[in-house]
Write a protein that binds this ligand. Structure first.
Ligand code: SF4
Length: 350
């Protein structure tokens, strides 16, 4: 079982400036204040009591951890050391910027029990990085990944398709470059326009147009399949919905959906179901089998996949759960027999 995250949000702490798209306080609904040692320990205890026997992983998100003053980094990590030593805490992860990582900082993190670092890479295109006000280039990403791996730390890469200057081609070139670095996982967050950011001003004056939701879903679907085929898991697509993010006036524009990842999964299932219907005559009654817990992926939001299958293939489609089905497969039962196909986003990792 995966460890349970004990999250601590430290919005913008350590950040050298605000990137044009970013407002972590609005996204996470938290203020940028470092937790005290007592707060750290009490939240860990709360999670431990709520999930007895489950291993715990502390996660510091929302800022640039490795650019905090060294004393602050030490103040956050030191109280965790006894818990790591006695096994009450399995590990620590944190997020940071690529240009705030070097060999020395990576070694320091490893010595303090940090097992995973998530790098806010966003793009591997120099112009996109420039237009997004990131303040670093591609070389810093490559150096950061190498330093972290050398220190024995697992690296996650966060990408943001749809940033200023980005195109479909550039998003895929970014993905290829990120995959070539062989991270342990990716997160993909299509760019949103958050009120109060520089991107919001550019959007208002017509200098920036975000991805439309259907385009973002299609792009992310293709990126997810490519990453999976390369053996790199994508552990999240689309921002976590928070009350703050969904408060009227926070989100100005962009491809937001509270269940964005499920939209992507449903699109993938739709493609697989269409392939399974090859040669099935219009007018047929068909039933798709979904592994346990996957029925809604096949049915789609508001039963949209079933309606589209009817419109595009002329079939009367339904979905049933098949608990005995391999979790990576989808089945099709019709008058001509039974067929199976594999979901391309669920290939075993190599
Ligand atoms: S994207 Fe990262 S580095 Fe840029 S302002 Fe946001 S948290 Fe800070």
């Amino acid at each position: 079982m995966r460890p349970l995250f004990v999250p601590f949000f430290i919005p913008h702490l350590g950040c050298p400036h605000r990137c044009v798209f970013c407002d972590q306080e609005k996204v996470a609904g938290a203020r940028g204040v470092l937790p005290t040692p007592a707060e750290l320990l009490s939240r860990i205890e709360e999670y431990r009591a709520g999930a007895p026997g489950r291993s715990l992983e502390v996660a510091f998100y929302g800022g640039t951890f490795t650019a905090l003053p060294p004393a602050d980094q030490e103040a956050l990590l030191a109280p965790l050391q006894p818990l790591l030593e006695c096994g009450l805490l399995a590990s620590v992860r944190l997020s940071t910027r690529p240009d705030a990582v070097d060999a020395g900082r990576a070694r320091f993190l490893r010595e303090r029990g940090v097992a995973t670092v998530e790098l806010g890479v966003q793009s591997m295109d120099p112009e996109v990085l420039l237009f997004s006000g990131r303040g670093h280039g591609v070389a810093e990403v490559e150096l950061a990944v190498a330093a972290l791996k050398e220190a024995g730390i697992a690296v996650g890469i966060q990408l943001m398709p749809g940033l200023p200057g980005d195109t479909r081609e550039r998003s895929f070139a970014t993905l290829r470059a990120a995959l070539a670095l062989r991270p342990s996982f990716l997160r993909i967050y299509p760019t949103l326009v958050i009120e109060g950011t520089e991107l919001a001003e550019r959007y208002r004056c017509g200098a920036y147009t975000p991805l439309a939701l259907p385009d973002a879903v299609t792009l992310c679907k293709e990126m997810l399949v490519a990453a999976t085929c390369a053996g790199i898991p994508v552990i999240r697509m689309g921002l976590q919905p928070t009350a703050e993010l969904e408060r009227p006036g926070t989100l100005l524009a962009g491809p937001y959906h509270p269940a964005f990842g499920q939209l992507v999964a449903s699109e993938i299932c739709f493609d697989v179901m269409c392939a399974l219907l090859d040669g099935v005559p219009a007018g047929s009654r068909v039933s798709f089998g979904a592994p346990s817990g996957r029925v809604s992926d096949l049915v789609g939001q508001k039963r949209g996949n079933l309606a589209r299958l009817g419109a595009q293939h002329g079939v009367d489609a339904s979905v049933h759960e098949d608990a005995a089905l391999d979790p990576e497969l989808i089945s099709l039962k019709w008058q001509g027999g039974v067929r199976y196909a594999r979901r391309p986003d669920l290939h075993p990792q190599h």
